[in-house]
Design a protein around this ligand. Structure first.
Ligand SMILES: Cc1ncc(COP(=O)(O)O)c(C=O)c1O
Length: 379
């Protein structure tokens, strides 16, 4: 006989099947329409998604591309970096943020993060500027925006471009001078990823750039299509990095849900933070006062992380460490000369963070299960 009440045994880190079940009837017809048209490259679904994401970002243009990685790479390519040109960024991020700087021909310059938000520290950025600095790439990590107003105050007078890595922060916003400003609104170009696990996720790889610089938008459109505005005419060498039409149709069907999904993530985060506030070995996420966080990840700092991970695994609770090795300590960047202790706040964060399940469809019972497992471990 099955038990009268359902016992929750496991809580996955992410449950995309639950999301699919909830929106299946909306998304399948949209995807089917593309299949039935047999028009898989560009077309109205891509243009409409570009317009919608630009609107959400309060930017003039959206330029779809194949991934968040390419959305970071193409604006850096558009800067025509020369050997020795420097791009300042954070080491506490997904690898693509710095890999793209290298692949665009620049040198990544890593500076430390703020202790609370895990985002790049504007004071450290200012100290790192040299005559070779061409751009700054802040990452709106885990879904909350970096301190854009201070970064722009450092960058703009010097003619340095700010490229926002908003791959984890679609729909995030920040109050600047009493006004809400969106992720993607203030930077020169902003990169988004629609990787399946993102708050707005495709069924494969996809990405987009937004900008309000007309010339930059035109250049990015060329770069994603072999460097030519007209077919078989190539003004420069670009690549094939289009946003798939099937993915665009799916993302358009998902987009109306994004704001409610992010609100649900915020509610879950508030619930966790209240319940975990009394655990002295754990620090809940710090939200910078001007920010509206979209909680792509709910990331806490803990003591005895390895033992906690083993405990959560045993309890069937999904978790992950984003990111265990800061990028300045990756073997591929050894030639840059950073040492252990070079960027202590990033290194400390890498040793202490753990991310917990935060997807919108989580039930109260599942949240309680995670909370009980953590409290049971420490208290
Ligand atoms: C901060 C950050 N930058 C860049 C990327 C790269 O995006 P993608 O995986 O779509 O290439 C990601 C996501 O994976 C990311 O989280």
């Amino acid at each position: 006989m099955p038990p009268a009440t359902t016992q929750i045994t496991t809580v996955p880190l992410l449950d995309l099947v639950a999301q699919y079940a909830a929106i299946k009837d909306e998304v399948l017809p949209a995807v089917l329409r593309v299949i039935e048209s047999q028009q898989f490259i560009m077309g109205p679904a891509v243009s409409q998604l570009e317009a919608e994401i630009a609107r959400l970002s309060r930017a003039a243009h959206g330029v779809g591309c194949a991934s968040g990685t390419d959305a970071g790479l193409l604006p850096l390519k558009a800067l025509n970096l020369k050997p020795g040109d420097e791009v300042i960024t954070t080491p506490f991020t997904f690898f693509a943020t710095a890999g793209t700087i290298h692949n665009a021909g620049g040198t990544p310059v890593f500076v430390d993060i703020e202790e609370g938000t895990f985002n790049i520290d504007p004071a450290a950025v200012e100290r790192a500027i040299t005559s070779r600095t061409r751009a700054i790439v802040p990452v709106h990590l885990f879904g909350q925006m970096a301190d854009m107003e201070r970064l722009l105050a450092v960058a703009e007078p010097r003619g340095i471009k700010v490229i926002e890595d908003a791959c984890q922060a679609i729909g995030a916003r920040r109050k600047v001078g009493g006004r809400w400003r969106a992720a993607g609104e203030l930077g020169w170009v902003t990169a988004y990823s629609f990787f399946p696990s993102k708050n707005l996720g495709a069924w494969g790889d996809a990405g987009m750039m937004v900008t309000s610089d007309d010339a930059a938008a035109e250049r990015l459109r060329r770069l994603r299509l072999h460097g030519g505005a007209r077919q078989y005419h190539h003004d420069e060498v670009g690549t094939n990095s289009r946003l798939d039409t099937l993915q665009a149709a799916l993302l358009l069907a998902k987009l109306p849900h994004l704001s409610a999904w992010s609100a649900a993530r915020r509610e879950h985060a508030a619930y966790y933070s209240k319940a975990l506030a009394g655990v002295p070995q754990l620090r809940t996420p710090v939200v910078d006062a001007p920010n509206e966080h979209i909680f792509h990840q709910y990331t806490v700092r803990v003591e005895r992380r390895d033992a906690l991970q083993a405990h959560l695994k045993q309890e069937g609770i999904g978790h992950a460490v984003y990111y265990p090795i800061p990028l300045h300590r990756q073997p591929c960047f050894a030639h840059l000369g950073y040492r252990d202790g070079s960027l202590p706040r990033s290194e400390r964060a890498a040793g202490e963070v753990i991310s917990l399940p935060i997807y919108p469809e989580l039930t109260r019972a599942q949240l309680d299960r995670v909370i009980d497992a953590i409290r049971g471990f420490y208290l």
